[in-house]
Design a binder for this molecule. Structure first.
Ligand code: GLV
Ligand code: MN
Ligand code: MN
Length: 410
């Protein structure tokens, strides 16, 4: 499975993945998902929001155990963020079949559409639409860098944009959703564990800062006569770093667009996107408030107009405690089988929080949700250098199989 996916959407120079929602690379990934489902005799369906599902058992029976993740990527993303969860889901199902396990509940694998938000700026569009956290008017306004709206992009990819909307009946079929994901930090590497369980996701959001100044000649305009929005933007980037450091949070300007974007022209507009995350809401508010205040001061000093727009926001997610404890029990038990009985039998699988967003976080308000993390030895993610060792990926598959067996056979 891994080999089949490896070439899709990979840029020959950067070696990173550019699998943006509703593009050709995305379609290839989706065709792969469908082929995996059908080759296993699973019931394949696409929901009204373009999310793909592969069912073992009767989807309408209810109390289903669902696993899966996403196949799209950030610009020049790694191979693991998303695909590891989907590949592991199919592999875990194969493992259950090899164990001759007969689940008492329906099982499903899902590929959520547009998790990264690389194309339209909003993350987790598929799960937000399904759970009613993205309204139709908002969805219709989502536009990519070429001016193509989300509905038109989906239509061009062969989907019906008129069908978009909340999908409560489908989500009501789910008794538990478990997403496996490569860890995007080094907690497991430092603790020496292959697999961990998620506790919480930090609150996070994206803000667009538009600095508008005055285009002019780079050679003939005296420094004192300039209204250069790049200066205010640059000072704001430094303020973001400072505010995040002070608060123990993170703040990143990772995307920028400049008009007219000429080497010999002072810009008229610098648009920068801030991504900021913190352990709790109050800290995040302090950080973003501090950055915006500093940006306004710098803008005023240079005669620049500033607009700040919050483009998306995801509050703190506490994963379902009962499900989390159930996963810990299942995985703790299984690990003990191979251990000396006189060893400590307390929890063997660490429970960790994360600053990364996931469809599991979006769904957590609607269905009981949990996550498994697989060790990432460098912690690098959203980069071609993202990595997990094969042994650890196999440990993740076996852990997921144990969890599915424990939940679906209970
Ligand atoms: C998604 O991976 C995010 O946390 O931005
Ligand atoms: Mn990601
Ligand atoms: Mn992901």
């Amino acid at each position: 499975m891994w080999r089949e996916l490896l070439h899709i959407g990979r840029h020959p120079d950067s070696r990173g993945y550019r699998r943006y929602a509703w593009t050709g690379a995305d379609a290839e990934c989706r065709a792969w998902f469908r082929a995996q489902a059908e080759s296993r005799g699973l019931t394949y369906e696409v929901d009204r929001n373009g999310n793909q599902w592969a069912w073992l058992g009767d989807p309408s029976a209810g109390d289903a155990v669902v696993t899966g993740s996403h196949l799209d990527s950030v610009p020049d993303g790694g191979a693991f963020d998303g695909p590891l969860g989907v590949v592991s889901s199919f592999a875990a199902l194969d493992e259950l079949r090899a164990r001759r396990v007969t689940p008492a509940k329906p099982l499903a694998i899902v590929n959520f559409g547009d998790e990264e938000g690389a194309r339209f700026g909003l993350a987790c569009v598929g799960s937000r639409l399904a759970s009613g956290q993205l309204s139709l008017p908002q969805a219709h306004l989502l536009t990519d860098g070429d001016g193509v709206t989300l509905p038109r992009a989906m239509e061009a990819a062969g989907y019906d944009p008129d069908a978009l909307g909340p999908d409560p009946e489908r989500l009501a079929r789910i008794g538990a959703f478990v997403e496996l994901h490569v860890e995007q930090g080094r907690a497991l590497d430092l603790s020496g564990d292959r697999v961990g369980i998620a506790s919480a996701i930090w609150p996070h959001g994206r803000w667009r800062f538009d600095f508008r100044g005055e285009a002019n000649h780079a050679g003939t305009t005296r420094l004192v006569d300039r209204h250069d929005p790049m200066l205010s933007y640059a000072e704001t980037v430094l303020a973001a770093r400072r505010e995040a450091e002070l608060a123990g949070a993170v703040a990143t300007f990772g995307k920028i667009s400049v008009e007219p974007n000429g080497v010999n022209a002072i810009p008229s507009l610098v648009r920068g996107w801030l991504d900021s995350r913190a352990e709790d809401q109050a800290t995040l508010d302090t950080v973003v408030g501090g950055i915006e205040k500093a940006a306004r001061e710098y803008a005023d000093a240079h005669g620049i107009a500033l607009d700040v727009v919050r483009e998306s926001f995801t509050p703190v997610v506490e994963f379902d405690h009962a499900l989390r404890d159930e996963l810990a029990r299942i995985l703790g038990e299984d690990k003990d089988k191979d251990k000396d009985k006189d060893k400590d039998t307390d929890l063997k699988v660490p429970v960790l929080g994360t600053g990364a967003g996931h469809d599991a976080g979006i769904l957590s308000g609607t269905v009981p949700t949990a996550m498994l993390f697989v060790r990432n030895p460098t912690g690098v993610s959203h980069s071609p250098a993202e990595f997990a060792a094969e042994d650890d990926c196999v440990a993740g598959v076996l852990a997921l199989a144990d969890v599915l067996e424990g939940l679906a056979c209970a």
